[in-house]
Design a protein. Structure first.
Length: 184
């Protein structure tokens, strides 16, 4: 009888330690999966508001004929102006969604990455606004074009720095977790 009790205790202890050793592995997998989901969400946002998307927007509305008209009239096609405004509004909505996403994240390291990404998106938004002002000032040949140019360049530099800080942090986290990411 004593042998059975000792046997049960030994089996219980072995099972207990076996389960404990598998928990860190499971937690590590959960952290990696959480990071992959985070990276995917941030990547979609990055692509949606990238310079490539912005250039596609301009290309859609500025063919050779439209460009010639812009040079003659110093005015952008109304469809392009509306599309630019919509792009800006969508970016504003994305910023609000990112703030909510940030609030929903429990892991501090992931929260930090989202905070850096939000800073980048804010800088991107500022840049787009300054670029829009710069474009309008140049088209109207306003005296403010020089100031608009300086503001545009400053905003572009801030956007670049914000992205580089974000990219360095997400790459560092991906390397630590031994997970690939697209922000390299």
């Amino acid at each position: 009888m004593v042998g059975i009790v000792i046997g049960v205790i030994v089996v219980a202890v072995v099972l207990f330690f076996a389960m404990q050793s598998s928990l860190p592995l499971k937690k590590s997998d959960d952290i990696k999966e959480s990071f992959k989901q985070l990276e995917g969400r941030l990547w979609r946002s990055y692509v949606d508001f990238s310079i490539t998307k912005q250039n596609e927007l301009y290309a859609r509305y500025l063919d050779e004929e439209s460009r010639a008209r812009v040079v003659e009239t110093n005015e952008l096609p109304n469809e392009l102006v509306l599309a630019i405004r919509e792009f800006h509004e969508q970016l504003g909505k994305e910023l609000m969604e990112m703030e909510m996403y940030y609030a929903s994240i429990e892991e501090p390291a992931n929260q930090e990455l989202v905070r850096y990404f939000i800073t980048y998106l804010q800088a991107r938004n500022t840049f787009l606004n300054k670029e829009w002002g710069y474009t309008r000032a140049l088209l109207k040949q306003q005296e403010d074009a020089l100031l608009a140019t300086q503001l545009y360049r400053h905003a572009r530099n801030q956007q670049t720095v914000a992205y580089e800080v974000f990219a360095a942090h997400i790459n560092q986290r991906a390397k630590k977790l031994k997970v690939e990411n697209r922000f390299q």
